[in-house]
Design a protein around this ligand. Structure first.
Ligand code: ZN
Length: 269
C-alpha cells in the first residue's frame, strides 16, 4: 500500500510535469474506484494546474476553479507517460497535459479521483485528518499536548490518522525504535523529552524514506513508482529474530490492533 513517503515522492515526481501546464483532455476508462469518478472531472479540460500539494496521503491538484483530489488507495500508482501510450488493463484515468499523460493505474480500484470547488481542507475526506508529521507544527511540545489523556499504546496513537496523519505501520515501528520508546508505552505517559525525541524520529524516518524514493525520481517518467524501497534499510520492521543493528538483541514481533509491531527489547524501554 502506498504510504506517505511514496505519495510525497509521487508528488515530487509529477509536479514538474503539471504545474503551469494546461489540461487538454480527461479520459475516464473505468469510473468505479473507491467512489465513482464524478462526471465533473471532464470540466478540467482547459484549466491550468497551479500547484500540486499533499495532505496526508491525498494529492491535491489546484486547478484554479477547484481541486482534483487523488488517492492511491491500496495499489494505485501515478505515472507520467507520453501522449498516445496505449493504456494497460488497470489504467483507469488519464489527465492529458501538453504532450504527456498523467496516468492512474489501480488494479484493486481502492483509489480515488474526486473534484471539489470548496477549499480542499474542508472536504469531508480531509477535514478530520490529524497533524501533518513533516510540518514544523509537529514538535515535541505539540506531540506531548496531543497525547495527554490517551491510554492507547503510543504505536496505535501514531497510526491513528485523526491524531497524526500518514504514519503507517512500517514508519511507526521504525520511529519508535529511533526514539528508543517501547511500542506499548501509553501515549499519555510520554514525557516532554520523549515526545520531542519521537516527533524528531518520525520526521527522520519519513524523510529517509522520501530520500530513498527520491533516487527513483529521475526515472519517474514511465517507471512503476517507488514502492518497496524502504524495507531494505529497516532497523526493526520485518526483522523478527534478527539481531538489532545497535545492540545485538533479537528483534521481537508483537501484534497491536491487528497490526504487527517490531521492536528491539534492548533499545526500546
Ligand atoms: Zn537494540
Amino acid at each position: 500500500m502506498p504510504e506517505l513517503p511514496e505519495v510525497e515522492v509521487t508528488r515530487r515526481g509529477i509536479e514538474p510535469h503539471l504545474v503551469g501546464r494546461t489540461i487538454v483532455g480527461v479520459t475516464v476508462r473505468d469510473s468505479r474506484l473507491r467512489w465513482p469518478i464524478p462526471d465533473s472531472v471532464r470540466l478540467l479540460a482547459g484549466q491550468v494546474v497551479r500547484q500540486v500539494s499533499r495532505r496526508g496521503k491525498y494529492l491535491l491538484l489546484d486547478c484554479g476553479e477547484g481541486h482534483l483530489i487523488l488517492h492511491l488507495g491500496m495499489s494505485g500508482s501515478l505515472r507520467v507517460v507520453a501522449a498516445g501510450t496505449p493504456p494497460g488493463k488497470h489504467d483507469h484515468f488519464d489527465l492529458e497535459v501538453g504532450k504527456k499523460l498523467l496516468r492512474l493505474r489501480d488494479p484493486r480500484r481502492f483509489g480515488a479521483v474526486l473534484w471539489t470547488t470548496q477549499a480542499p481542507e474542508e472536504h469531508p475526506l480531509i477535514r478530520h485528518l490529524g497533524i501533518e508529521p513533516l510540518s514544523p507544527a509537529l514538535d515535541g511540545a505539540r506531540l506531548h499536548a496531543l497525547t495527554r489523556g490517551h491510554r492507547a499504546a503510543i504505536k496505535q496513537f501514531l497510526m491513528d490518522g485523526r491524531r497524526v496523519v500518514g504514519v503507517g505501520n512500517i514508519y511507526a515501528s521504525e520511529s519508535l525504535f529511533l526514539a528508543a520508546i517501547h511500542p506499548r508505552t501509553r501515549a499519555g505517559r510520554l514525557s516532554v523529552q520523549r515526545s520531542a525525541n519521537l516527533a524528531k524520529s518520525v520526521k527522520t524516518t519519513l524523510r529517509t524514506a522520501i530520500r530513498a524514493g527520491g533516487s527513483s525520481l529521475r526515472d519517474f517518467v514511465g517507471s512503476d513508482g517507488a514502492q518497496g524501497y524502504f524495507q531494505r534499510r529497516a532497523w526493526v520492521y520485518d526483522r523478527e529474530g534478527k539481531e538489532c543493528r545497535r545492540c545485538g538483541a533479537f528483534i521481537r514481533r508483537i501484534v497491536q490492533g491487528q497490526r504487527a509491531t517490531y521492536f528491539c527489547p534492548g533499545c526500546q524501554r
